[in-house]
Design a binder for this molecule. Sequence first.
Ligand SMILES: Cc1ncc(COP(=O)(O)O)c(C=O)c1O
Length: 463
Amino acid sequence: MGRSIAELVAERTGDQFELHDKLMNTQMVRVLRTIGFDRTYVRAEGPYLYDDAGHEYLDLLSGYGVFAVGRNHPAVVSALREVLDANLPGLVQMDVSLLSGLLAERFLETVPDGLEKVFFANSGAETVEAAIKFARYSTGRPGIVYCDHAFHGLTQGALSLNGDEIFREGFGPLLPGTHRIPFDDLEALERALHRHEVAAFIVEPIQGHGVNVPSDSFLPEAARLCRENGALFVADEVQTGMGRTGRMWAIEHWGVEPDMLLAAKALSGGFVPVGAVALRKSVFDRVFSNMVRAPVHGSTFSKNNLAMAAGIATLDVIREENLVQNAAKLGEALLDDFRAMVDRYSFVKEVRGKGMMQAIEFAPPASLRHRAAWKLLDSAQKGLFAQLVTVPLFQRHRILSQTSGHDAAIVKFLPPLVIDEDDRKRITTALDAVVADTENVGGAIWDLGKTLARAALNMRAGR
Ligand SMILES: Cc1ncc(COP(=O)(O)O)c(C=O)c1O
């Protein structure tokens, strides 16, 4: 018999960097080593990661948003164990499974009015691919309108709706019939809807890249314009959904009823790939219009029992632990803490977000000395200043966060919705200390800046 997974993990822990360097994404390993994020994590629980030296890290990245209920939530673990122990007949295919029906029932109870059908998928990108196909088929039109800085995933169709060149470059030709507009620009949307045969407008209610929050009229008016022009309004809630912004779905902040709502990430508690499209019955029925068309769109592993059971357990946890309310309350408290830094520290330009989706944007201040220091970093890599915050937050305070947006200095937090007051204090105290240090040009943080700038220049030179 082969080694058990526990034995393998015990024997080989620490080998992961060498394995990835040799067999997988070498550049990712270089990045982690350069910024000193190459830790060996051995355990995870709730909002915390633990390394092999027993250090605790507060994880404000949440696996890009999948761990809304925290890592290894016991209720989700128990649901998964139950599925495995029950020897259930999964993926029969010429059958319909109970667990997917039960998740559909629970999921639809949470979404805005008007959405009566569910299509399950295996990832956020797969929900986007489904939305493109459903919109095109049901309207008979080719066009899809999307926004600058949008992120809808990296498969070919989703990539065609990506608003950042860095992701698109060299992967074309991308899908025809796509039209990009500035985010939060109703006139541009109206022009696009008039000029082209548009099947759908797809939008993140709050953009993940940069955490851009639209003005209050944008989403309701966009939905109205879509309706008037016969296009579908698709809310991509892959990141903003499941309580992240302090409402179950971010679109609720603006009282909008989309024609399709896309969910993924947090839906399975972070364990199993999953995606779900909630859509109007009229749209669904046009695509799946007769028995011959029953298999016209789908994917082999969608509706698998592990994902479905994890989804049911996760929705229960979110409700029973009042996580949406916690995200609203603690998220707003954190945003207030961060906003207080705008006046206190010269590099802090703006704080944005809702609930547990937060960004702090930095910009060069008035002082010549500070501007010169900023410029030095920015000329090595645009937005590099943000790493002067994320790296010490991690190395000194053991808080994991990310930079966001490729042309601006933005630090982004996606805390698990389960964090508490103590975690809030830990975040605010640490962030305050790090940002205060950036004021001291010539101090240790700016030495780090020089190291990062050199690494960025080397990277640019292909070294
Ligand atoms: C808004 C949004 N849509 C779609 C996706 C793609 O999801 P996945 O990575 O599961 O394909 C993401 C991922 O970050 C996202 O943030």
